[in-house]
Write a protein that binds this ligand. Structure first.
Ligand code: GRF
Length: 208
């Protein structure tokens, strides 16, 4: 069983896709041992509760400074003894100490085809605003391992999604979630659980 912690900040549709895939049996040998949110009002916490998964809130507002918050976050993750940490719409910069402790064991979903529309400042709806402003005809989503940079870690999987003439940032965001994110993230977790992925020279290799 791959002990998996999912970190969230908002609606949690990606978390739901993972929970549904486990329930359906398309993802196997994975146990969600905890859901951590930085936002007490995240609907994702409700989704965790409904699925019978422990939900925890570590809010920066409850700590004196960033350092104390980072320490609490790392301690909470460590206590759950995860094999894998999944950032599913987690709007917190991961503390460097956590990246060091979990090399190639933290994955993130980003709603564009990296290296486009990624890096500092590209999060949430801003990613899709950027894509529409540039006039790209395809966008998509990327699952990648997390390293010290912002959206720079080894790429696990990507899926392209067509941009339509009349798209708004919100409609593009929705289509990318439905057509790409909700499939890519559970699949990547299943691949990791079954040892199909390794990282060599900063690149992901699929072992057959
Ligand atoms: C997703 O678009 C994800 O790619 C981005 O934040 C959004 C989270 O959505 N990083 P949800 O909370 O999973 O519904």
């Amino acid at each position: 069983m791959l002990r998996t912690v999912v970190c969230v900040s908002g609606g949690g549709t990606n978390l739901q896709a993972i929970l549904d895939a486990i329930a359906k049996g398309t993802v196997t040998d994975v146990k969600i041992v905890g859901v951590i949110s930085n936002n007490p009002n995240a609907y994702a916490l409700e989704r965790a509760k409904l699925a019978g998964v422990p939900g925890l809130c570590i809010s920066p507002k409850d700590y004196e400074n960033r350092e104390a918050f980072h320490e609490a976050l790392l301690r909470t993750v460590d206590d759950l003894k995860p094999d894998l940490v999944v950032l599913a719409g987690f709007l917190v910069t991961i503390p460097p100490a956590m990246i060091k402790s979990y090399v190639n064991r933290i994955i993130n979903i980003h709603p564009s085809l990296i290296p486009s529309f990624c890096g500092v400042g590209y999060y949430g709806i801003k990613v899709h605003e950027g894509a529409l402003q540039r006039g790209v005809k395809v966008s998509g989503a990327t699952v990648h391992f997390v390293d010290e940079g912002t959206d720079t870690g080894p790429i696990i999987s990507q899926k392209a999604v067509e941009v339509k003439e009349d798209d708004t940032p919100a409609s593009l965001q929705k289509r990318i979630m439905e057509e790409a994110e909700w499939q890519l993230l559970p699949k990547a977790i299943d691949d990791i659980a079954h040892g199909r992925i390794s990282v060599t020279d900063g690149r992901v290799v699929f072992n057959n």
